[in-house]
Design a protein. Structure first.
Length: 501
């Protein structure tokens, strides 16, 4: 009886201990799903109340931008050095309400090629956790250019430094944290950008974490030894100039030529590939570590706060460029179905973003690529005024361009492999007082005289390298008028367009 009693006792004790061990293991596993803080209390305040006070100091008295901003570049040094300038970047986006944030930063401690994803469920901040969008992570890791490593994420500061700002402004947004390694060539850069673009939609925000020039013996970069502050600013402004042109190739050439030590070179290049060519960069603030804290003149790091907007063309709140791939594929599938099956593509409009259901003026242009790689017009039809939902206007005008442009025979199935499609999405036309008010290469032009009308899209003059006089002469001829008809008693209206190609 005693043996049985003690046996039961030890059984209970053993059960309790094993349960505790299992619970501890479960808790440890659960903890591992959260990326813990590594740089709090050293690079920035680790106490939530003190941190919020610090952030308020950086964000207060700064005016949010009235424009819709798609991306920012912001520094990632300790807040003592770059917190204030980071605040300048974040203040411009404070009124946005992004559902997801794509956060890209460089790898400072581990070398690798491509992009590193985390396997965490969330990233910790001193004031709460930021949830990671697992659906996007799952989609990205299907491609070999995107790998998984919690260890690399756990030890990297370029993303963590941004999290307090992000959590304060957008606590409900989901995070897609991406550490970018070396990108060996521009083909790989284009592939990475294309993969990301397919996953970015109209309610997302892109944040690039990057400092700029690291000057001095500490960074093994001394391109000049005299007038350091002046020459450093000149170098940084050359970097910004290449960024402002929204040209990844030019930016990378700048870095190759100067060997400039911009740590976020590859994340910035990815952004420049993602943005449309008509995006505009805005330098909000520039400074250096020596201007913030006068410690040593022979080592210095530069910081910039930059944001990116798209001009108010189709709609200041419209992210149509983010839907570029979908819309071009829609046109391509429509063309293929119509030419090969004589069928018209059906779309469930309820599943589409609001932007694609707005009425828009749309032109669809078909080009046939010849054996020399030159594109030749094969059909172009559209509606100038916004009379149909964007998605439907693209479907209808693709079919019409392929079958009803009287200048050409209908497109055949044998031609499909060589057909390239361009889509122009138009603003509502506005009359101008004189043809002298037309901005060639920017404005699309509508000529009206008596009962005659003709239209040129904005890029026509540029493609043919015409002057304004030559453009209006050709427009008059297109309207069936005398070549000089544009000079008297003509009315002109202009519009702009977003070009998807």
């Amino acid at each position: 009886m005693l043996k049985t009693k003690y046996g039961y006792f030890y059984f209970i004790i053993g059960l309790i201990l094993s349960t505790m061990i299992m619970f501890d293991a479960f808790s440890q596993k659960k903890t591992e799903l959260i990326r813990k803080l590594k740089f709090a209390n050293s690079w920035y305040e680790g106490d939530c109340k003190l941190l919020n006070k610090q952030l308020d100091n950086y964000l207060n008295n700064l005016t949010p931008s009235a424009k819709h901003i798609f991306a920012i570049i912001t520094p990632h040094a300790g807040y003592l050095y770059s917190g204030a300038i980071a605040g300048n970047a974040y203040a411009t986006i404070a009124k946005l309400k992004p559902k997801r944030i794509f956060l890209l930063g460089p790898s400072h401690y581990v070398g690798f090629e491509g992009v590193m994803l985390p396997q965490y469920n969330s990233f910790a901040t001193p004031c709460g956790h930021m949830e990671i969008d697992q659906n996007v992570i799952k989609e990205l890791k299907k491609n070999k250019l995107f790998q998984i490593s919690n260890e690399i994420h756990a030890n990297e500061h370029s993303l963590e430094i941004q999290l307090p700002f992000i959590y304060k402004l957008f606590p409900d947004a989901k995070l897609i944290p991406l550490i970018v390694g070396t990108i060996p060539n521009e083909d790989i850069l284009s592939q990475i950008s294309l993969i990301l673009k397919k996953n970015i939609n109209e309610s997302d925000l892109i944040i690039i974490s990057s400092d700029f020039t690291h000057y001095g013996p500490r960074y093994d970069y001394i391109p000049f030894t005299e007038n350091i502050n002046t020459n450093l600013q000149k170098l940084d402004m050359k970097a910004y100039d290449s960024i402002s042109k929204i040209d990844a190739h030019q930016f990378l050439n700048f870095q190759t030529t100067t060997k400039d030590t911009i740590c976020g070179m590859y994340p910035i290049a990815i952004l420049l590939k993602l943005l449309p060519k008509d995006a505009q960069a805005h330098l909000i603030k520039y400074t250096t570590s020596n201007e913030v804290i006068h410690e040593e003149s022979h080592n210095c790091v530069s910081y910039m706060a930059i944001n990116f907007t798209v001009p108010d063309k189709v709609n200041s709140n419209s992210d149509i460029f983010m839907q570029k791939n979908y819309l071009l594929n829609l046109a391509k599938e429509t063309l293929t179905d119509f030419v090969t099956k004589n069928s018209i593509k059906k779309i469930d409009a309820q599943k589409l973003p609001i932007d694609l259901k707005d009425d828009k003026g749309v032109f669809v242009t078909l080009y046939k690529i010849d054996d020399n790689g030159e594109k030749n017009l094969r059909g172009c039809i559209g509606n100038i005024f916004p009379v149909k939902p964007l998605y439907q206007a693209i479907i209808d005008n693709t079919i019409l361009a392929a079958s009803r442009d009287n200048r050409f025979l209908p497109v055949t199935a044998n031609e499909l492999a060589k057909i390239k499609i361009e889509i122009n999405i138009l603003t509502k036309p506005k009359p101008v007082n004189s043809f002298n008010d037309i901005k060639l290469g920017v404005d699309g032009i509508i000529l009206n005289k008596d009962d005659a009308t003709a239209v040129f899209l904005p890029e026509v003059a540029t493609e043919y390298n015409w002057t304004l006089e030559q453009t209006l002469t050709q427009l008059s001829i297109k309207a069936g008028l005398d070549a000089s008809a544009w000079q008297k008693n003509c009315k002109f209206s202009v519009f702009q367009s977003v070009v998807l190609k």
